[in-house]
Design a protein around this ligand. Structure first.
Ligand code: NAI
Length: 462
């Protein structure tokens, strides 16, 4: 008899959620994790610590820019960087310990160490070999750098080093205007750094609804971020504690350099599968280095499954979580399923940016007739009261059936507001269904309703 029904390799949001769901469904479960703490990239060096720094630096912004407008007189706030990092570490600790508690509660064994799969049904951790009916790989991803750039995590950093810099840089150069670059760029801009973002493409956040991306860039520029677009970074030269970044403008091939105290390389991530022994095991990989899986997360080797950043699809914690639950249900004989058409994406800057479903660009390309209902937060009383009226909600609906096809929000709490639309899309709702639903006043969510009204007879407050 096998030691376990399921061994999950990796305890990030994909792995730990999978392990908990397996245990809840009555499967004897273990989870392998080599880090000192559970939670993977997200809890230790990703989503959670970056949100702590975003929150703290946003409070600083409020104190510096909005307190006086509300009649609050305080001495100019000072940043104690070490204390801010300690706050961030405390948040990490609370969250990672929370997962440890959940493992104990659900009787999941934590196999401490880095796992390998010597053969199907076996997982080696250190000198011990454990047997399992099913093995789920949830090994996540790691930052991918560019040729000619050496990461030292001090002067030239990935998101990992950027979350614990020795000091706040005077000049920060960010390579890549994607999610990580803009979130962490915002943090350091608010903390007083001069931030320049160099992006290969002609716009920021590729793939995002173009109207939102344009507005987003305008807002970030107003906050002090500088953008160099259409620029291919050639290399980074490190000089003791400083760096020189060289880039070529694509329009005329001209070469430029820019100095920095710190360079953040945020040009994407790649699947992390090192040390698992997948090549010897015969697990098929895609040409992008992802583990190939079928519709049920099964790899080419019987009994071995994979989920999260290590397989195809957006590298998002919540996508991994959903896959973790789905594969657990499949292994327990149920019908686990993920609806990839309704996976929200959020950027946690201020204002936040959130989207779900199709963009206007995708609908145009597919020749899908649609209508767009838009509402500015300028017409939302709550947003005006809170100095948060920058941005808008846009709902895209089928021009004949009124069915919601996508939504794009830039504005306060966009990352929370988007879920009303996710639920609507899961239920195949029409924009009119959202418009006819009573929304509490005064809330930001009224802007969602107004955008839905804009798909029909028109919003009230614009
Ligand atoms: P990304 O894929 O979001 O953006 C990378 C950017 O770098 C792109 O705009 C790309 O055009 C640019 N780039 C690539 N090569 C370049 C070059 N040579 N010179 C200049 N620019 C170049 O990658 P990012 O921000 O590193 O994030 C990695 C992953 O982590 C993403 O899949 C992201 O979704 C995920 N993530 C999600 C978060 C969230 O949901 N809030 C937060 C942080 C990360």
């Amino acid at each position: 008899m096998a030691d376990y029904d399921v061994i999950v390799i990796g305890s990030g949001p994909g792995g730990y959620v999978c392990a908990i769901r397996c245990a809840q469904l009555g499967l004897k479960t273990a989870c392998v994790e080599g880090r000192e703490t559970l939670g993977g990239t997200c809890l230790n060096i990703g989503c959670i610590p970056s949100k702590a720094l975003l929150h703290a630096s946003h409070q600083l912004h409020e104190a510096e820019h909005n307190f006086e407008k509300m009649g609050l007189k305080v001495a100019a706030p000072k940043v104690d960087w070490k204390a801010m990092l300690a706050y961030k570490d405390d948040v990490i600790g609370q969250n990672t310990k929370g997962i440890e508690f959940l493992f104990k509660k659900n009787k999941i064994d934590w196999l401490k160490g880095w796992g390998a799969i010597p053969e199907a049904g076996k997982v080696k951790v250190g000198d011990d070999v454990h047997s399992a009916k099913h093995v789920v790989i949830a090994s996540g991803s790691e930052p991918s750098s560019l040729p000619g750039i050496e990461i030292d995590e001090e002067t030239v950093v990935t998101s990992t080093g950027a979350l614990e810099l020795g000091k706040i840089p005077k000049k920060l150069v960010v390579i890549g205007a994607g999610v990580i670059g803009l979130e962490l760029g915002s943090v350091y801009a608010r903390l007083g750094a001069e931030v320049t973002v160099i992006e290969y493409l002609d716009g920021i956040t590729p793939g995002m609804d173009a109207e939102v991306a344009k507005q987003f860039q305008k807002i970030l520029s107003k906050q002090g971020l500088k953008f160099v677009l259409g620029a291919a970074v050639q290399g980074v030269e490190t000089l003791k504690t400083k760096a020189k970044v060289t880039y070529k403008l694509r329009k005329d091939d001209s070469e430029h350099t820019i100095d920095a105290d710190t360079v953040l390389v945020s040009t994407g991530r790649r699947p992390f599968t090192d040390g698992l022994g997948l090549a010897d095991l015969g697990v098929k990989m895609t040409d992008r280095g992802q583990i190939e899986t079928d519709g049920h997360y099964a790899t080419s080797v019987k009994g071995v499954y994979a989920i999260g950043d290590a397989i195809a699809g957006p590298m998002l914690a919540h996508k991994a979580e959903d896959e973790g639950m789905a594969v657990a249900e499949i292994l327990a004989g149920q019908a686990g399923h993920v609806n990839y058409d309704v996976i929200p994406g959020v950027i946690y800057t201020h204002p936040e940016v959130a989207s779900v479903g199709k963009t206007e660009e995708q609908l145009k390309e597919a020749g899908h007739a649609y209508k767009a209902g838009k509402f500015s937060f300028m017409g939302n009383g709550r947003a005006k009261a809170n100095f948060a009226a920058d941005g808008f909600v846009k709902i895209l609906a089928d021009s004949k059936t009124d069915r919601v096809l996508g939504a794009h929000i830039i504005g306060p709490m966009a990352g929370d507001l988007i879920h009303e639309i996710c639920v609507a899309m899961e239920f195949g709702a029409a924009a009119e269904d959202i418009a006819r639903t009573c929304h509490a006043h005064p809330t930001y969510s009224e802007a969602v309703r107004e955008a839905a009204l804009a798909c029909g007879d028109g919003p009230i407050h614009s």
